[in-house]
Design a protein around this ligand. Structure first.
Ligand code: FHN
Length: 454
């Protein structure tokens, strides 16, 4: 098995290397703009962490294991052969890919990113270079990832995959005492063989054998054996295979907001920044970026994690991210049975209700031209500025902080009746109705205000 893997991997690499040399051309700003256009317009996506770690669901030998659920193999130091028992028990009888896509779409999400292979090395897709996957090692014996990719494209939303550079299962990638935790401190002498004969062939499988994969979301880049040079080369290699592909900055060591994980001094590799569990105070000016966040405290399912953020926080985070020019990738962690937790579904339904009325102010919007007012946030589009009012003024007067020229028309989003705008000592004030349309965020449209051009 191993010899076949190595020979196959070498053959694949040889072919694609020559195509890389022939096809890697620098991209113009306009070409990049075209490639990134759908992603910038989307603003809101679903992250899915799903794998064999959902089987123990945070419990090992009857004990609750602290930390994020998908790290149980490392946090509980589960030996590889014992972890493989979880894989052999992973048989999601209730998995319904179309239902998952419907939940995302109804929430107003425009793309899905799912873990094709997390740090544990187990693949949700049927890989030809490995038997450690959903088709061969799990009793499910079907390609769960292909089902979701097909469902996403049937329902008209974009699809991408997360792929971990770090791998706790492959002998050429494991740490010395596998499964190792925080493996920026150890080396595997065979790591480049893992990259060339396993990781790159799997990535090529994903890009060529699955219904159009639009985004490659790397992670686990902090391993000591992975360098920025390798990241740059991998980025070029992938773009030569699929020129329209969008790749995050964790293909190199350049993530933002996770001190200690990313190495300093690297200029950005990849197409967008990836602050995690937080929103950069001033956004990331000049960069495309996406905040990823859990709905509770774990990415992968844990049976006892009930630290659920309420919809108010989730929606206001989406608005905050959009007002700073970023995307929001909100995570769900389905169970081993293939069910998205009811708490997640309830929150996504509420977000969808708000997005159906107010999505115009989020999708295709750009960074606020007036900073962040005390009462809420702004986003902009050509010819209009959207004011998201979190704190509805009790006196009915909304001071348009930062606005220096009178908007032509002001109205509530979804209600074309014009509102009265008056001059004030500090600029302009809008007279609002007594009742706020939304307890979470009500949107006032300032037409003719200087919306930022893209
Ligand atoms: O170690 C992973 C973690 O399990 C999770 O996948 C997050 C999501 O972005 N990324 C890494 C931690 O930064």
């Amino acid at each position: 098995m191993r010899v076949r893997q190595i020979l196959l991997g070498m053959a694949v690499t040889l072919i694609t290397t020559s195509s890389v040399a022939a096809q890697t051309n620098p991209e113009s700003g306009a070409q990049r703009g075209t490639r990134m256009a759908w992603w910038r317009d989307a603003r809101f996506g679903m992250f899915i962490h799903w794998g064999a770690y959902a089987v123990p669901a945070g419990i090992y030998h009857g004990e609750r294991v602290p930390g994020i659920g998908e790290w149980i193999m490392s946090r509980a130091h589960v030996p590889v052969d014992e972890y493989e028992q979880f894989v052999r028990a992973f048989n999601p009888a209730q998995y319904d890919a179309d239902e998952w896509v419907r939940i995302a779409k109804d929430a107003g999400m425009k793309y899905i990113i799912i873990t094709s292979k997390h740090h544990d090395g187990f693949a949700l897709f049927d890989s030809r270079v490995s038997n450690y996957d959903m088709m061969d090692a799990a009793p499910y014996h079907r390609d769960a990832l292909k089902a979701l990719a097909s469902a996403a494209h049937r329902q008209g939303i974009r699809f991408g995959v997360y792929y971990s550079i770090m791998d706790w299962h492959h002998p050429d990638a494991q740490g010395p005492n596998a499964p190792e935790y925080n493996s920026s401190s150890w080396h595997n002498p065979n790591f480049s063989r893992y990259v060339e004969t396993y990781m790159k062939p799997q990535l090529k499988e994903l890009l060529t054998q699955y219904p159009n994969i639009d985004v490659l979301w790397f992670d686990g880049e902090w391993v000591a054996d992975w360098s920025d040079e390798q990241g740059r080369a991998l980025y070029a290699w992938l773009r030569a295979i699929k020129p329209g592909l969008i790749i995050n900055n964790r293909v190199g060591h350049t993530r933002q907001g996770m001190s200690g994980m990313s190495r300093t001094g690297s200029e950005d590799i990849g197409d967008f920044g990836t602050p995690e569990q937080q929103v950069p105070a001033a956004g990331l000016p000049g960069l495309d970026w996406e905040t990823c966040m859990t709905m509770n405290d774990t990415w992968g399912f844990k049976s006892f994690d009930d630290g659920w953020k309420d919809t108010r926080i989730l929606l206001r985070t989406l608005i905050d991210v959009a007002s700073k020019g970023g995307n929001f990738l909100l995570n769900v962690g389905p169970t081993a049975e293939g069910v998205i937790p009811a708490e997640s579904v309830a929150r996504l339904r509420e977000m969808g209700r708000w997005m159906r009325v107010n999505g115009e102010a989020i999708y295709g919007s750009t960074v606020s031209p007036y900073g962040a007012p005390a009462w809420g946030r702004y986003t902009a589009k050509a010819g209009a500025v959207y004011a998201f009012v979190f704190d509805w003024p009790s006196n009915g007067q909304l001071a348009l902080t930062g606005v220096r020229t009178a908007p032509a028309v002001v109205h509530l989003l979804g209600d074309s009746r014009p509102l009265v705008v008056e001059r004030s000592a500090d600029g302009y004030v809008v007279r609002l109705p007594a009742a706020a349309p939304s307890a979470i965020a009500s949107v006032v449209v300032l037409e003719g205000a200087s919306g930022a051009a893209r």
